[in-house]
Design a protein around this ligand. Structure first.
Ligand code: C5P
Length: 223
């Protein structure tokens, strides 16, 4: 049994994709499997934390003991996070792949095919930035984000850390097909205001334990 050093702590974790309705039968989404966020939830529970996992639609089962809140859109995810963190949480981890845009106005009815044109234009508007909003509201003592990059990984992740007001950002190179989206393994770079740490490539579950350990250490006043 692992050291129960997170007993009494509340961790809130987002995971999976968001699903933005176009009409009642169609949507905009992405390939996020939710595996990394679910593994982080399991790792935090294993050390005694109380974990709220706010998840977009995924095909995997939630870890035993988690408080699962299933959501679809980014707006729903933000509302669920704010609700879960009415009292300040200890740690928030944004592992969800939030859709950047949603329909300006989703249709209430199924959109019909127009026979007189080969083109269809949809007007999209920006979704709220969930983690930046929660960081601004100081909803958790420690705010942890992910950064999926394809180039200049550390540089882009560092600027995201500052722009979004985060304490820790976990960057991964999604141009590599052996890690990241939908894979069981991941390799990341962990970045704080004054540290860069590169744990070895590992399964998402092994990596999650190391990340939970790092986040907990980082939150200690004596660090
Ligand atoms: O800006 P980008 O999507 O690269 O940032 C990734 C980080 O921000 C992730 O932690 C993700 O969960 C979070 N995010 C968010 N709301 C958005 C977009 C990203 O919370 N609308």
């Amino acid at each position: 049994m692992l050291e129960q050093d997170l007993v009494g702590q509340h961790w809130v974790i987002t995971a999976g994709p968001t699903m933005e309705a176009i009409d009642p039968v169609r949507y905009i989404s992405n390939h996020s499997s939710g595996k990394m966020g679910y593994a982080l939830a399991a790792a935090a529970i294993a050390r005694g934390a109380s974990v709220t996992l706010i998840s977009g639609p995924v095909q995997i089962t939630a870890p035993v003991g988690v408080n699962l809140v299933a959501v679809k859109s980014a707006n729903d995810m933000l509302a669920a996070c704010e609700h879960a963190m009415q009292s300040q949480a200890d740690v928030f981890i944004g592992a969800a792949a939030v859709a950047d845009f949603k329909m300006k106005m989703a249709s209430n009815q199924k959109m019909k095919k127009q026979s007189n044109t080969d083109e269809l234009q949809l007007t999209l508007v920006k979704n709220p930035d969930i983690i930046a909003t929660l960081a601004q509201q100081k909803r958790a003592k420690i705010m942890v984000g992910f950064a999926a990059e394809t180039q200049n990984v550390i540089e882009y992740a560092k600027s995201k850390l500052e722009r979004k007001g985060l304490d820790i950002i976990i960057a991964n190179d999604v141009s590599r097909s052996d890690i990241g989206f939908n894979q069981d393994e991941n390799q990341v770079t962990v970045i704080t205001a004054n540290k860069v740490w590169e744990p070895a490539k590992a399964t998402k579950s092994e990596l999650a334990s190391q990340l939970v350990h790092f986040i907990h250490e980082h939150s200690q006043p004596s660090r």
